[in-house]
Design a protein around this ligand. Structure first.
Ligand code: AMP
Length: 280
């Protein structure tokens, strides 16, 4: 059965009150829709951990620094509801824009530190948009736990920091990246690639994995980076925005993978910007 779609905060709050009165634990899975198996893995983790699951679908204009990207972002609400049906979620919250940004909205949630590099540097204002909407979704849903993908690892750390700093009583849970057979990280943006582009993009993950193996064997990032960058461009990517090795804890740049570290990449193919990251 498809879950009810709620568009008004007051209606969501009424459901939430019933659940809390019954002593139930509530999970939220924030998404921008165009759901794929990566999103559904978060839903499965949420179902396993909590009594009630709210999936939110909101294409948040405030986190798009590029108007074309916002205009091209897939919107597939009907299909999304069908994909969620077998997962037996309790509510799909698709807030009317005025429920998130009412007239006169003037507040900005801005996280420093983990939000400053990579996506934060390449997409000015992006993480302010993310932190602001996610803070609202945490407060609106009143969830005990929130499920986010490691696919957007920097976002996961930004959101966790925000919730801690603002004393929002929610646990932010990170879930592993779901990939295609080629290793390509599933993403709503992959829908915009041709078959050939999808095939070329499949080269990214093996290149990252090979670089991670060399780093784990004691390689120095500065010595290895150029070769991997050349491989990414040779695979058919038009532009590489960054290839970075960072501490998995605070995202500071590292040269040697001595503690927990991650490799991060952002690259363009067929005019589509893809990001990925893996543990080293
Ligand atoms: P989005 O709809 O792209 O904003 O993503 C919503 C949530 O799904 C975020 O927490 C993402 O990190 C997560 N997500 C997106 N792609 C994947 C994937 N391939 N594997 C796991 N989680 C994902």
């Amino acid at each position: 059965m498809t879950a009810p779609i709620i568009r008004q905060l007051a209606e969501l709050r009424a459901k939430h009150s019933d659940w809390i009165r019954a002593g139930e634990r509530v999970a939220v899975v924030p998404t921008m829709g165009a759901l794929h198996a990566g999103h559904l893995s978060l839903v499965a983790a949420a179902k396993a951990a909590c009594d009630r699951v709210i999936v939110t679908i909101f294409v948040n204009p405030k986190q798009f620094n590029n108007p074309e990207d916002l205009a091209n972002y897939p919107r597939t609400e009907h299909d999304d509801a069908i994909k969620l049906a077998p997962h037996d979620v309790d509510v799909i919250y698709v807030p009317d824009p005025g429920q998130i940004y009412p007239g006169g909205f003037a507040t900005n949630v801005s996280v420093a530190g983990v939000a400053d590099q990579m996506e934060g540097a390449c997409r000015p204002g992006h993480f302010d948009g993310v932190a602001t909407v996610v803070a609202k979704l945490f407060l609106q849903t009143g969830a005990h736990q929130a499920f986010f993908g490691e696919k957007d690892y920097q976002q996961l750390l930004v959101v966790r920091r925000m919730a801690r700093d603002l004393d929002i009583p929610i646990e932010v849970v990170g879930c592993p990246t779901v990939r295609e057979a080629s290793g390509l990280a599933m993403s709503s943006r992959n829908m915009r690639l041709s078959d050939e582009g999808t095939k070329k993009a499949g080269a990214l993950h093996p290149i990252l994995t090979a670089l991670a193996a060399r780093l784990s064997a004691g390689g120095v990032f500065a010595d290895l980076k150029k070769q991997s960058e050349a491989e990414i461009l040779a695979a058919g990517f038009e532009e590489l925005e960054y290839l970075s090795l960072c501490s998995a804890e605070d995202l500071s740049a590292v040269e040697l993978a001595q503690g927990p570290a991650r490799l991060f990449v952002a690259a363009w193919i067929e005019g589509v910007r893809l990001i990925d990251n893996i543990a080293v």
